[in-house]
Design a protein. Sequence first.
Length: 287
Amino acid sequence: MSPTESKEQPRQPSKQLLDAIANLRKFDEDFYLNLTEEQQQIEYDKEDKIYGLGKKEGLPYEYIQDLLDIHHMVEIACQDCKQKQVSIRLQCNEPEDGVKEIMHEIPLCSECKEKRDHDEWKEENERLRNKETKNPIIGYCDKIRNEIPEADLTWQQYQERDAAMKEAVGLVSRKISDALDNQPEDPERVYKRTGKYPDGSKNKTQWLKHLKNMRRLEKQQKLEAKTDVALRSKTPIRILENTIMEIGCRCQVEDMRQGVFCDTCRLLVHVHKYMLDLFKEAAKTRR
């Protein structure tokens, strides 16, 4: 059933019920990491009371469940947007046999969407800055390559990059969909229907010759792709990565607790320091 089709909607929840949901702790990572089992149980009991309150108000169980799901899952959304999400779920999430659930993008108004995207940008910038602080070689590489660090992207630059990525993903998705939706028709059927083979030739000899050339081209493309993969495996960074993996590690957990590492890992500490110093000096000469 499409969202536009009519379907009986439940009564609107009372302010008391909505306030109770708003005051409920979100079941996020912080909930499971920082609350004791007793504190968690208190929140579970609050949720049970919300179900009971909804039942008294004559609201369907699924409706309350969707309200709670949205409360726990949606960080940024005004009340109108949350109500829209409930409506979409009630009307659309009727999976076919064998399908568990039909997922829909959370419908947000323009203000909520912009606030959500802006907050995601700030969180991503903070994460990248923390990552660079822990591993300064990331900043060195940006300077060596004369690239703007991701953490320094402005809101506008972030939006432009995000739009470009979505466009690229959409293009690939459309190509895959077109390939699946437009399967090649049997050549003989095409000939019977049009008097020509798929390549436009009017006799089978020409078609077979064309087919042979296509297969030769396909084989050549596969060979080139295989060669490209082999070539990329020989880049310096891949050689270094493979070398490290070949060295391996013989550290024991008991020794590591005392700050003691295996002989090869102790040597790699010097390799790591040398690499950081090398990249640091190279970055100084670029900007």
